[in-house]
Design a protein around this ligand. Structure first.
Ligand code: DC
Length: 206
């Protein structure tokens, strides 16, 4: 069984995907991490994330980079959003995601285009969303805990910029699959969001 979980940054899709994987006993892949690794590799090799050839070269990042704590940084998220615009980068990462999705027994993948491009045949597709204000507030608390100094307004601006780029790109833009179930987590806490997601997947499997 393949479960596809798509949605914008800080919507709660990662938390939901992990919880679904634990609940249904499936392996989980956070595909955003692959794009973050490409963004980080461009930075480490002094490349330009907006240049398709530099971004493509960075797709051969070493596997060890996936454990780099800097992948979680806001700067790396911004770089990931920029490199993910290039069709050649998406193509280069396709096979890795596709084979993860197709493994025996199934998998949970979260990202932007899992239900539309990577695994259009997924048994259940969720599109997890939340207002910019709610997402910024969560990110703000998370960053404060990590000791990063940034204002709520700065986070909101950054989220809006990234949403616009992810939604308007020509290839695999961030849009819900036509058969996706939309979960708005703006007014839900962690446990409520997870419960809503499990219910949604169960209803699709019945
Ligand atoms: O989910 P995230 O914030 O870790 O993703 C970082 C960036 O990677 C996001 O702005 C767009 C890109 N991305 C993508 O284009 N397709 C995916 N399946 C996952 C992430």
């Amino acid at each position: 069984m393949i479960i596809a979980v798509d949605g914008p940054t800080a919507s709660g899709k990662g938390t939901i995907a992990k919880a679904l994987a634990a609940h249904f006993g499936l392996p989980h892949l956070d595909t955003g991490l692959l794009y973050r690794a490409v963004g980080r590799q461009v930075f480490l090799s002094d490349g330009d994330p907006d240049k398709p050839e530099d971004a493509l070269a960075a797709t051969s990042f070493p596997d060890a980079l996936l454990d780099d704590p800097h992948l979680r940084d806001e700067e790396t998220g911004g770089l990931a959003s920029r490199v993910s615009v290039h069709p050649a980068v998406r193509q280069a990462l396709y096979e890795r995601q596709r084979s993860f999705a197709m493994q025996e027994g199934g998998a949970v993948l979260d990202g932007r285009d899992i239900g539309t491009v990577i695994a259009p045949e997924a048994a259940a597709k969720l599109f997890v969303t939340a207002s910019v204000e709610a997402r910024a507030q969560r990110r703000f608390l998370e960053m404060r805990e990590r000791g990063v100094h940034v204002t709520l307004l700065e986070i909101q601006d950054d989220l809006r910029r990234r949403d616009a780029r992810d939604r308007s790109r020509a290839v695999a833009p961030l849009v819900p699959a036509s058969d996706a179930m939309v979960i708005d987590t703006s007014a839900l806490d962690r446990e409520e969001a997870i419960a809503a997601a499990i219910d949604a997947v169960k209803s699709r499997l019945e």
